[in-house]
Design a protein around this ligand. Structure first.
Ligand SMILES: [Ca+2]
Length: 214
């Protein structure tokens, strides 16, 4: 009997917290959704992306949307409704207006011609000053590159291997760290820069004394 009462309490609590969670997610100030026209692309090719940002309640002012693309990929064309100011340096759209209705951003991504074959993810956030929030973009995020190299990590690591002994030596990893800090393109790696994930892979190779091309 006592156990039944306990169960009822727990069930009630689950129901209430579930409802609370449900209503909380509905109260997100915006719903941002990405759709990618084609999930597969050739290295060096392009694909179209559309992101919609739907305000769920009230007016938003001081809003921006930022996309993080894989290293060496660029926005080649873009358009937005209502029109935003686009900063190509960090792929940020900034609205100099009150946002009350749905916002749409369409853009074309040019994939690096030396991109590795494999799956890559696009990550985006919507940021606002009033109301203050930062929310991730949902929907499609993954693009699979076909016909690319065996791995861009290898091409960067190979370019860093100045003495071509198939290992990252101390001066080579130091040069990699400096290039990573400076965001400097690696010579001989098709203008690729070293992102955070890449520097960790390179450090792993160096720490283990592992060959660049196994
Ligand atoms: Ca070396």
């Amino acid at each position: 009997m006592r156990q039944c009462g306990m169960r009822a309490v727990v069930l009630g609590w689950l129901l209430i917290s579930g409802l609370a969670l449900g209503s909380h997610s509905q109260q997100q100030p915006v719903t941002a959704t990405r759709s990618i026209a084609s999930a597969n692309v050739q290295a060096g090719g392009s694909f179209q992306v559309e992101v919609t940002i739907q305000p769920n309640s009230g007016v938003i002012s001081g809003m921006a949307f930022q996309e993080s693309l894989p290293a060496g990929w660029n926005v080649s064309e873009q358009t937005s409704t209502p029109a935003a100011t686009f900063n190509s340096r960090d792929n940020t759209w900034l609205w100099l207006a009150r946002i009350e209705d749905q916002v749409a951003v369409q853009y074309t991504v040019k994939v690096a011609s030396n991109a590795a074959s494999g799956a890559f993810d696009i990550r985006g956030v919507v940021i606002s000053a009033n109301p203050s929030f930062q929310l991730p973009v949902g929907g499609d995020s993954r693009v699979t590159v076909t016909g690319g190299g065996s791995g861009e990590d290898h091409s960067i690591a190979q370019a860093l291997d100045v003495n071509q002994n198939n290992f990252l030596d101390d001066p080579e990893i130091l040069a990699a760290i400096q290039a990573w800090i400076a965001g400097k393109p690696i010579e001989g790696a098709g203008g690729q820069t070293i992102d955070d994930r890449e520097i960790l892979r390179l450090i792993d190779l160096w720490v283990r004394g592992a060959p660049i091309e196994p």
